[in-house]
Design a protein around this ligand. Structure first.
Ligand code: SAM
Length: 259
């Protein structure tokens, strides 16, 4: 299953809140050139454009569906289908970037020890790398995905599903990686508590993100059965509160590095 803009934007307000928090933590930067890498349907780009109204803004994403949605949303922004790993290897353009925003994407890419320094190298001096990554692989919704994968007839097909998203390193590791290259490195972690209508909403949330590598290798019948088993497990793990809603804790790591 490739990334789907329609599935992703179902929880857009919740997914965009970390972008606002990340941009709010930036120092004053007279940014002229900014880019949103892994821009998705343009929700993060919209916040970036509002924060830097005078800047030249672009966005890249590896999904055509996402880029088409982003273009419809922000026709004035230059959006390109491009993989971040290809982009970071490409020769520097005429101008360095003053801000690189990467919200909820770098957790899908390996080798942060190479990737992050390469992103810093694309910044102007005084420019900022602003990134946020979910830190939720040990949360029940993810544990249950892995358990459902391991304990079903699809276990062989899904043997490598969880490696699609490697575990991220700790805050000190990111700090020590970037501190020699940057004037300032700020790392923090926040747990959001999302109030969702019911446990089915949790399943729908992850269909737009973490479940993708588990659902993609399955045929239609297997996918239906996988989702039925996963939904039942999620229902047990997230009992309804008094008003019928459920609460999804969602830890996220943030990093602002100033070159
Ligand atoms: C969880 S969404 C984040 C979207 C948006 N930045 C936001 O703040 O909500 C992750 C996005 O990263 C994109 N993506 C994943 N791996 C990528 C890669 N290697 N290069 C470029 N984009 C990638 C996906 O297509 C998807 O649109």
């Amino acid at each position: 299953m490739s990334w789907s803009a329609k599935q992703y934007v179902a929880f857009e307000d919740e997914r965009t809140r970390p972008v606002r928090d990340l941009l709010g933590a930036l120092p004053e930067i007279a940014a002229r050139t900014v880019i949103d890498i892994g821009c998705g349907p343009g929700n993060s780009t919209e916040s970036l454009a509002a924060h830097f109204p005078a800047a030249d803004i672009s966005g890249i994403d590896s999904s055509l569906d996402m880029i088409e949605a982003a273009r419809r949303r922000l026709p004035q922004v230059r959006f390109t289908v491009e993989d971040i790993d290809t982009w970071r290897r490409a020769a520097q353009g005429p101008k360095p970037y003053d801000v690189i925003l990467a919200n909820a994407v770098l957790q899908w890419l390996p080798a942060h020890e190479v990737l992050l320094p390469a992103l810093i190298a694309k910044l102007s001096f005084g420019g900022a790398l602003a990134l946020q990554m979910p830190d939720n692989l040990d949360e029940p919704a993810h544990v249950l995905m892995r358990e459902t994968a391991e304990n079903g007839p699809w276990s062989a097909k899904l043997a490598s599903a969880s490696s699609a998203r490697p575990a991220i390193a700790g805050a000190a590791w990111y700090y020590e990686l970037l501190r020699p290259l940057c004037a300032r490195v700020d790392v923090w972690r926040t747990t959001y508590y999302h109030s969702l209508a019911d446990s089915n909403a949790i399943v729908e949330w992850f269909k737009g993100s973490g479940l993708r590598p588990f659902l993609a290798p399955l045929n239609d019948a297997e996918r239906t059965e996988f989702l039925a088993r996963y939904s039942a497990a999620v229902r047990r793990a997230f009992p309804a509160l008094k008003d019928g809603s459920v609460m999804l804790p969602f830890p996220r790591v943030f990093l602002v590095a100033i070159r």
